[in-house]
Write a protein that binds this ligand. Structure first.
Ligand code: PMP
Length: 351
C-alpha cells in the first residue's frame, strides 16, 4: 500500500479464478454460461461497427433500451443501463443507501465490500439453519435491503409473495432485488413495480445472455429511481457501456428463441446433475440458478474443490463456518457435467 492510499481498511472482493489455460480446464467456478452468446449478437459485430469505436457510444442506447423494455413490458424511462450489475450495485450502495444497507449473512460477497468502499453502515441478517431467508427478520430494519434472488451461493429462490411482504414492511425503505440468476427458474419481480415504488431490480447479461465478457447490466424501477441511477451514472461515467457490447446486448435480448433454448438446456443439466450428485450421497440445495451448492459426503468443500482441481475441473468453495462443507458448481454443458460426475466418482472411491 502506498502512503497516498486513503481506504486503508479496504479488502477487495476476490473474484473466482480466471486461469490462462482455460481451454485445458473444465471451468465451473464463476457461473458463466457454457454456451456462446446468441448468433444474432455475434452477427451484430463487423468491421464497420468496429471502425466506429473511434466515436463515443450513443448516450440514449435506443435499440438496447427498447429491447429491454419490450422484453419486460416496461417503459424505457424505467431503465438505466450500466457496465455490469457490479456497477449498478456500486451506484446503489453509493447513492441509494441513505440509512445504510441490510442483507443476508450468506449472499453475494461483494455487498459488504461496496459498504466498506463507500463508508455505508450495514447489517448482515443470518439466513435460517436451512439457508432460507425469513422475511420477518427484516421487519424494523431501516437500511436499504439487498436481496439476491435466487440467492448466491445457495441458489434458493424467494417467492414473489415474500418479496411483496418485504416491500410492505416499510414503504419508505428501498428494496433492491438482485436478479443476476433469475432466468434459470425464478420469477422476476418486475410485475411488482406496478404496485410498489420502493422496489429496484438489477439484472445482468453475464449469465443467461452469455455476455459476461461484454460487461452489461441494467436496472428496472420507477421512473424516479431510474432517474436517480442515471444521475449517479452521469456523475461517474456517462459512457459506461461500450459500442460493441451495446449492439450485442440488443440482439441477445431480442433473440428470445436462443435465450429460451440455452437457459432450458442449463436448467435440464442442473436437474440431471443434481439427481446424480444426490445419488452419490451429496447434500444439494434446491437451486433455481445456473449453479449447484453441494456438499460432498465425507469431505470438506475445500477437499472436494482440491480433488476436482487435480482432475482439471475448477469449482468454487467458500471457507466460512456455515459454508465450508459446500462447493458451488456452475452448470456447464452435459459433457462437462458428465466429466464432473466421473471425476467425483473417482474421488469418492478414495474417501
Ligand atoms: N449479483 C450477483 C448475485 C452475482 O453473483 C454477480 C456475479 N458474480 C453479479 C451480481 C455481478 O454480475 P456482473 O457484474 O457480471 O453483471
Amino acid at each position: 500500500m502506498s502512503r497516498f492510499f486513503k481506504l486503508t481498511e479496504l479488502e477487495p472482493y476476490v473474484p473466482g479464478e480466471q486461469p490462462a489455460n482455460v481451454d485445458q480446464l473444465i471451468k465451473l467456478n464463476t457461473n458463466e454460461n457454457p454456451y456462446p452468446p446468441s448468433p444474432r449478437a455475434l452477427a451484430a459485430i463487423n468491421e464497420e461497427e468496429l471502425k466506429k469505436l473511434r466515436l463515443y457510444p450513443s448516450l440514449d442506447a435506443k435499440g438496447l433500451m427498447e429491447a429491454i423494455a419490450v422484453h419486460y413490458g416496461v417503459s424505457t424511462r424505467q431503465i438505466c443501463i450500466c457496465n455490469s450489475s457490479d456497477e449498478t450495485l456500486a451506484f446503489m450502495y453509493h447513492g441509494l443507501c441513505p440509512e445504510g444497507a441490510v442483507f443476508a449473512d450468506l449472499t453475494y460477497g461483494f455487498y459488504p465490500v461496496f459498504c466498506h468502499m463507500f463508508g455505508i453502515p450495514y447489517e448482515e441478517i443470518p439466513l435460517r439453519e436451512d439457508f432460507t431467508l425469513a422475511v420477518e427478520d427484516y421487519a424494523g430494519k431501516k437500511g436499504t435491503v439487498f436481496i439476491t434472488n435466487p440467492n448466491a451461493p445457495t441458489g434458493l429462490f424467494l417467492p414473489l409473495s415474500e418479496i411483496r411482504r418485504l416491500l410492505e414492511q416499510d414503504p419508505n425503505r428501498l428494496v433492491v432485488v438482485d436478479e443476476a440468476y433469475i432466468d434459470f427458474g425464478g420469477e422476476t419481480a418486475v410485475p411488482l413495480l406496478k404496485e410498489y415504488d420502493n422496489l429496484l431490480i438489477t439484472q445482468t447479461f453475464s449469465k443467461s445472455r452469455a455476455l459476461a465478457g461484454g460487461r452489461l447490466g441494467f436496472v428496472i424501477g420507477s421512473e424516479e429511481l431510474a432517474n436517480d441511477m442515471n444521475t449517479l451514472k452521469y456523475s461517474f461515467n456517462p459512457y459506461n457501456v461500450n459500442r460493441v457490447t451495446m449492439l450485442m446486448g440488443e440482439q441477445a435480448m431480442r433473440d428470445e428463441d436462443y435465450f429460451n433454448k440455452t437457459r432450458t438446456a442449463v436448467m435440464e443439466n442442473r436437474e440431471w446433475t443434481r439427481q446424480q450428485l444426490c445419488e452419490l450421497g451429496f447434500t444439494v440445495t434446491d437451486s433455481r440458478s445456473n449453479f449447484l451448492f453441494a456438499a460432498a459426503p465425507g469431505m470438506s468443500g475445500k477437499e472436494y474443490y482440491a480433488a476436482l482441481r487435480d482432475r482439471g475441473i475448477l469449482v468454487r468453495y467458500f471457507d466460512k463456518p456455515r459454508t465450508k462443507a459446500y462447493c458451488r458448481i456452475t452448470i456447464g454443458t452435459r459433457e462437462q457435467m458428465e466429466a464432473l460426475l466421473e471425476a467425483t466418482r473417482d474421488i469418492l472411491k478414495g474417501v
